[in-house]
Write a protein of this length. Sequence first.
Length: 112
Amino acid sequence: MKPLKLLESTPGKYSLILNAGTTEVDALVEELGHEPNGYFWEGVARLLVGTEASALDGRFSYDPEGGMFCAYGTDRGALEELAALLSGAATDADRIRRVIALAEATGFEFDD
């Protein structure tokens, strides 16, 4: 789940957090024309859910900021699955290249 953290903010309510600017792929994301902020990572999450994990759609909400990506909800399992998807993108240069290429090929725009 590196570099994400899954926290239980109150009993039964969970937040998945990624501090923007702390991933292994930040420099590459910038090189590819994007700002690796919380809004960019929300876009990555939405794209991955939409293309690879549609069963997660609607099972949590997003609340990013410039310096942080956050997804939250009561479905811990769904957030753990999202963490696995995002972890791969945040730690693997080839994976994030493929995600950005997919976005470009499908007309998906990151809000970064």
